[in-house]
Design a binder for this molecule. Structure first.
Ligand code: FMN
Length: 221
């Protein structure tokens, strides 16, 4: 969709107060719909996520590639119906994030195992591999009409204390998961960014060949 078309689409969604807003990427080159349709909302529907669906999301994370097949990921998960656990999770987020994430039916924290199990040496790609698992979780979620919003804005210390995260494991990202909600349910500042167009650097800025700063020909428009 052309950028103006996208804006009109968003404006119409805004005017109609459309629930479950979509915000597909306006891409320069064709990509799979799972990539286009993933975005990070702050409005979530209050519909809960079925346990079997949740299991599939973490199954998708499970099958991510990882260095030495270490699988250095773990997740702490809180669903809204488990009020005590959910409150604990919300308390770990910075205030800015807690303000909108409190609407998500599922909150989670991804955690990385710092060292390799086979020899105890530092795993320099542990956080990378947790990110890959999170991306797979997100793709599975998108395929099921769910949206995922990751957060760096949370207290690692509070998470460690609240959930007993052991030495050798580091929190990576907090994750809000749920079905799309109504942007009108958000306070004005969040609503504006919810309705704003999504932006990216063009691939010519970051795809190089031969030497640093030399854009790969296929990436030049
Ligand atoms: C690891 C990570 C940390 C993020 N931290 C936050 C955060 O603390 N608060 C927030 O509102 N959004 C956060 N985001 C969401 C990004 O702002 C968002 O992905 C980015 O603006 C691109 O938008 P899109 O995901 O809708 O394409 C985070 C995303 C990632 C992947």
């Amino acid at each position: 969709m052309h950028r103006l078309g996208c804006l009109n689409h968003l404006r119409r969604a805004h005017e109609k107060g459309i629930k479950g807003m979509q915000k597909a990427a306006v891409t320069d080159y064709p990509v799979h719909e799972l990539i286009r349709n993933r975005w990070s909302p702050r409005a979530f529907s209050n519909k809960s996520v079925e346990p079997a669906v949740l299991a599939s999301l973490f199954e998708a994370a499970r099958w991510a590639a990882s260095s030495y097949n270490e699988q250095p990921w773990s997740y702490l998960v809180a669903t809204k119906d488990d009020a005590e656990n959910y409150k604990k999770m919300l308390g770990v987020l910075v205030e800015f994030n807690a303000k909108w994430a409190k609407n998500a039916p599922v909150l989670a924290i991804s955690v990385a195992h710092r060292n390799f199990s086979h020899n105890g040496t530092p795993n320099p790609v542990a956080v990378h591999d947790v990110g890959a698992a999170n991306a797979q979780l997100t793709a599975e979620a998108t395929s099921r009409g769910l949206l995922v919003h990751q957060m760096a804005g949370f207290s690692h210390d509070r998470a460690r204390k609240a959930f007993g995260i052991p030495e050798g494991w580091d929190p990576v990202s907090a994750i809000a998961i749920g079905y799309p909600g109504d942007p009108q349910s958000l306070p004005e500042d969040f609503r504006n960014s919810e309705l704003a167009p999504r932006t990216r650097k063009p691939i010519q800025e970051f795809v190089m060949t031969g030497s640093w700063g030399h854009t790969a020909p296929f990436a030049s428009k």
